[in-house]
Structures are given as structure tokens and as C-alpha cells.
Design a protein around this ligand. Structure first.
Ligand SMILES: Nc1ncnc2c1ncn2[C@@H]1O[C@H](COP(=O)(O)OP(=O)(O)OP(=O)(O)O)[C@@H](O)[C@H]1O
Length: 319
């Protein structure tokens, strides 16, 4: 493997990890550019956290090699860790200390010069002005996330790990949180995010889908969707349909076992029907096209369609 250029934050090749006899990550090769927001998706227990931990030296792989922030992940793990900020799902600050006290505490813990000024600067940068004296425990979920992010970036890490960062946060706070992540990335911070949420995935520059230890897809959202080869039709109940739910359910049931249909999923008054062979799928839905009270249209598969399909197929390969 050649030396990574300055624009590369992480470059790894053939990483594998076993716990006992269980291969949790199998032969993973990937590259993350500096300033990139990189999302990791996949079913529970598929190896996302293990992968992220290996990428930044928190866990030693059994096989493979690579660099993170220009440092060897096998021999320089301790140095790498000094440049990594980790925001877990669990709020890990002191609920009975104020916002300012929490930030000053973190600044002192990490020997940040001038901790009081650094805390004040973080308060300003995060739009927490006016909340400095508020107890962290009294903040709403969205503000807590913001404070946790502030604490994470106080020591000026070069790499930020986010574990489902906006679980349980309302849409506006989510949007603001992600705007901040994008600002930080624009300043050169590299961000690895593990998530189960499609909207978080869509906010990443690139994503990787991992299932049962295998990296099944990676790239931008558009590349992952295009690479899936999934053809999707949407059948929607019209206002004239007397029993839209029943009509769609009957179509769904009729199509679910057709070999041309990879999946059928209900979304409100519509169903997504997807498959891999366009002609076979077209033939499967053709008898239902003329049914009363529904309209059919072809659409680009959604990221969720693609992930469910990847998961089902990898499960089939495993069994
Ligand atoms: N230290 C460990 N010792 C033994 N097994 C482990 C250890 N860490 C993880 N595992 C196992 O490895 C597998 C992958 O775990 P990992 O946490 O990487 O998955 P994940 O994709 O992040 O899951 P989730 O979405 O549930 O957080 C799981 O079966 C888990 O139980």
C-alpha cells in the first residue's frame, strides 16, 4: 500500500477481526478523505462499531493494515487516539454541573490552554450563549446533543466518531446539529458516523453498508442506489379508492411471493414494489396495473429500499 496523500484521513486494507470463532469484520478495505462525513450503516451486530474502532486504533485488527491521520493503526494507536473525539449515544457529561462548568472541566481534563476562554469560545460557536449557567441536566435533548458535541470538539480532534448522534432528537434540532457537523467538516474535521437512520445517512458525504462483517456497498448515496440495480415501482391508492388499505394489502400479498419481486413495503397510501430484473418485475405487476383505485409509477429506489434489499440478500447468502 502506498503512503496516503495529505487529503486522506483513513486508508485501510484487508482488516479482519474475530471474537472467539465469530468473524465480526472480514477483509475490509476502505478509504476516507479528510473533511469527509462518512456514515456506517447495517443491521444490529453487523460489525459497524468494531470497524470504526479498528479504523482509529481503538481496537487492534487480527489481520490487515492501514493508516489513520497518517499514523499506522497497528503501531501508533495511542497517538491516533489523542486526535479522536468520541460522542456516544449516552449523555456522558455531568448533569449537575452547568454548561460552562462542564466545558471548562473537559478543557482542563484535556489540558486545553486557557480552559475558561476555551469554554466561552465553545459556548459561542455552538450557539449556547445565554445557557452557560443552565444545568446540563435541565437542557432539552437537542441542546444536550449540542453540548456533548461541544465537549467532544474542545480538545480540537482531527477525527470525530458519532454513534447514532441524533437518536430521539426533534427534526429542527437534528437539522441544526447536522449543519454544525457540516461546518466542522468544512474546516477539515473528518467524521465517522454509525447510524440506523436514513435521514442521517443521507446527510453524509459517503456511506458504507456493512452486513455480517462484509462491506456490501460504499459511495455517495446516489452511487449506492445506482449500484444496487434495484428497480422500484410505487403503487398509490387514489382518492377514489374506497378501501385504500385493503386494496394495497391485496396487491402486496399477491406480489410478495412472486420470484421477480425482491420486496414489498407499505408507505402510507402507497406500496413500494422492488426487484432486480426489470422485465420480470414489469410482468409481475402487469396484472395489477388495471386495478381500480390505484396508480402505478416507476421511481428511483430509496436508500431504505436498497438497504433492506442488501440485508435480505446477505442474510440469504449466510443461511
Ligand atoms: N469485545 C467483544 N467481545 C466479543 N464479542 C464482541 C465484542 N465486541 C463486539 N462483539 C460482537 O461482534 C459483533 C459485532 O458487534 P458491533 O458492535 O461491531 O456491531 P454493530 O454493527 O455496531 O451493532 P449495533 O448496530 O447493534 O451497534 C456482535 O455480534 C457483538 O456481539
Amino acid at each position: 500500500m502506498s503512503m496516503p496523500g495529505p487529503e486522506v484521513a483513513i486508508e485501510v486494507e484487508g482488516l479482519s477481526k474475530k471474537f472467539g470463532d465469530h468473524v465480526v469484520v472480514d477483509n475490509l478495505t476502505m478509504r476516507v478523505r479528510k473533511g469527509q462525513i462518512y456514515g456506517f450503516l447495517g443491521p444490529n451486530g453487523s460489525g459497524k462499531t468494531t470497524t470504526i474502532r479498528m479504523l482509529c486504533g481503538l481496537l487492534t485488527p487480527d489481520a490487515g493494515r492501514g493508516t489513520c491521520l497518517g499514523l499506522d493503526i497497528l503501531t501508533k494507536a495511542r497517538e491516533i487516539r489523542q486526535h479522536v473525539g468520541y460522542m456516544t449515544q449516552k449523555f456522558s457529561l455531568y448533569t449537575d454541573l452547568s454548561v460552562r462548568e462542564n466545558l471548562e472541566f473537559v478543557a482542563r481534563l484535556y489540558s486545553v490552554p486557557h480552559p475558561e476562554d476555551a469554554a466561552q469560545e465553545a459556548i459561542k460557536r455552538l450557539g449556547l450563549e445565554g445557557r452557560g449557567k443552565q444545568l446540563a441536566g435541565d437542557l432539552s435533548g437537542g441542546w444536550k446533543q449540542r453540548l456533548a458535541l461541544g465537549a467532544c470538539i474542545l480538545p480540537s480532534p482531527q477525527l470525530l466518531l458519532l454513534d447514532e448522534p441524533t437518536a430521539g432528537v426533534d427534526p429542527q434540532a437534528r437539522r441544526e446539529f447536522w449543519a454544525q457537523i457540516h461546518d466542522l467538516a468544512a474546516d477539515g474535521l473528518t467524521v465517522l458516523v454509525s447510524t440506523h437512520y436514513m435521514d442521517e445517512a443521507e446527510r453524509c458525504h459517503e456511506i458504507a453498508y456493512i452486513a455480517y462483517g462484509h462491506l456490501l456497498a460504499q459511495g455517495t448515496v446516489a452511487e449506492v442506489i445506482a449500484g444496487s440495480g434495484l428497480v422500484t415501482y410505487v403503487v398509490e391508492a387514489t382518492r377514489e379508492a374506497h378501501t385504500p388499505g385493503a386494496t394495497l394489502a391485496a396487491i402486496g400479498k399477491a406480489l410478495a411471493d412472486d420470484p421477480a419481486v425482491a420486496m414489498v413495503a407499505p408507505f402510507g397510501v402507497s406500496l413500494h414494489v422492488s426487484g432486480h430484473d426489470a422485465a420480470a418485475l414489469e410482468a409481475a405487476i402487469s396484472p395489477h396495473r388495471t386495478e381500480a383505485g390505484v396508480v402505478w409509477r416507476q421511481e428511483t429506489a430509496t436508500l431504505e429500499d436498497v438497504f433492506i434489499d442488501l440485508m435480505q440478500r446477505s442474510k440469504d447468502n449466510m443461511s
